[in-house]
Design a protein. Structure first.
Length: 437
């Protein structure tokens, strides 16, 4: 994906060596990384538990149709799509910390209201606003990480952030089914929504936007880290503004690729509990436990891929094979579901692991391709296209599930999307970097 001059590589290696010899900079992995992990974890609780509410009888309780239930699940992603770029611009120019604090408090309240509202259209508005509140989180935290971690560390830092996704769905899949069994799906939304409000306060007092603002980083260490980050920026060709960035074919390819990738991911995340419950004829508790298994494999795959990506500093090489593997796994599940639920489920485990594995390398591509004055907004644009893909995936897979009474059509749809996503990555042009200025 990227090629650098030897002088640039040597200077980056020296800068990285200087960073590893600053003891207080090691604390970044104890202060910053756990905080972004917990934040993204909480976002995923309020994003993925809708599928459990749907499996537990949300449509029957509210007296709505299966297509209305699918629309409620997907409206979140429409709201998530709308505000990505303005949020990223604010995070870059003003404060990612403040933006994420406001988002945490807002979405915690809106997520809890999901369990209170009875009217379909009011609930639809709530789900739309919930998506808007959460739309600032991923771009804001990715921008924050670019100010705290160098290129040699970025895939691992990104991966630990995004591990909040499968780790949360793992424990949530195991726990939420039993919470619903004890308290009902409505109280479950309230129980799982309010912690975000409390965490927002903790976030505000723990996190700082830059190393220079953190009391636990010495001025010398902050300067060493900033020097390394500035050196990385100096190897990138200048880009005047977002308009100029959009003329880069790689940006458009990444937008298309993430749109297609997200169709598969969120068709899977939102409707996996329903697919398992119908296929295995299990109760909600067992459905939750089975739903957790693919995410356990996904966590291991993400850690392995991010480790090797940071070692060789090749990003796209770790993305496209995973897309094709996930696509073939969904195809295998499509074939197997007519013969054996357990064989189809084994393919779903493989699909889940392959879809999640390359997130860390993928989100390292943009800041290594474009300078910081546009990288945040471009990341937000790519992520917003992913949100649009999530809307399409969660809606269409849910619709196909309800219309056909089977998961087979959804498997084919997700398989085709992921294979196209792999093909889009293969079309990326190499980024040639200049010697550090």
């Amino acid at each position: 994906m990227a090629f650098e001059s030897q002088d640039s590589q040597d200077e980056n290696s020296l800068s990285q060596a200087a960073i590893t010899h600053q003891p207080d900079l090691k604390k970044r992995w104890l202060y910053i990384v756990p905080a972004v992990f917990v934040t993204y974890s909480l976002a995923y609780v309020d994003r993925a538990n809708y599928g459990f509410g749907a499996a537990a009888g949300l449509a029957d309780t509210l007296h709505i149709t299966s297509s209305q239930s699918a629309l409620l699940g997907s409206l979140f992603f429409l709201g998530y799509f709308l505000f990505q770029i303005p949020g990223a611009a604010y995070a870059r120019k003003r404060s990612a910390r403040g933006l994420i604090f406001a988002s945490l408090v807002t979405w915690g309240i809106l997520a809890s209201l999901t369990g209170v509202i009875k009217d379909f259209w009011v609930l639809a508005l709530d789900r739309l606003l919930l998506g808007a509140a959460e739309s600032f989180i991923l771009p804001g935290m990715l921008i924050l990480l670019t100010k705290w971690f160098t290129r040699k560390e970025r895939s691992r830092a990104n991966t630990i952030l995004i591990l909040g996704n499968p780790v949360t769905v793992l424990w949530m899949s195991a726990v939420t089914g039993y919470i619903i069994k004890m308290f009902g799906w409505q109280m479950t939304f309230i129980i799982e929504g309010l912690p975000s409000v409390l965490w927002g306060v903790i976030w505000y007092f723990v996190i700082r936007d830059r190393p220079q603002d953190a009391a636990w980083v010495s001025p010398q260490s902050a300067e060493t880290l900033q020097t390394a980050l500035d050196l990385e920026q100096s190897t990138l060709a200048p880009v005047a503004n977002m308009t100029a960035a959009l003329k880069n074919p790689n940006v458009l390819l990444l937008c298309a690729q993430y749109f297609l990738w997200s169709i598969g991911v969120y068709g899977f995340v939102i409707w996996l509990p329903v697919i398992i419950q119908k296929g295995s004829s299990s109760g909600i508790g067992v459905t939750g436990l089975l739903s957790a298994i693919p995410y356990a494999f996904a966590i291991v795959a993400m850690l392995i891929v991010s480790h090797f990506s940071d070692r060789v500093l090749r990003r796209a090489t770790f993305v496209w094979p995973c897309m094709f593997l996930a696509g073939f796994a969904f195809l295998g599940s499509y074939v197997a579901t007519s013969y054996s639920f357990w064989a189809a489920f084994a393919f779903l485990i493989l699909a889940g692991a392959a879809m999640y594995a390359p997130y860390g390398p993928f989100f390292a591509i943009v800041p290594e391709m474009l300078p910081s004055n546009v990288a945040g907004e471009v990341t937000a644009l790519v992520n917003s296209m992913g949100a649009l893909g999530s809307f399409v995936g969660s809606w269409v897979v849910g619709y196909l599930q309800g219309a056909t009474g089977s998961s087979k059509a959804g498997y084919l749809f997700m398989s085709a999307s992921l294979m196209l996503a792999g093909g889009a990555i293969l079309l990326l042009r190499p980024v040639v970097k200049s010697p550090a200025r």
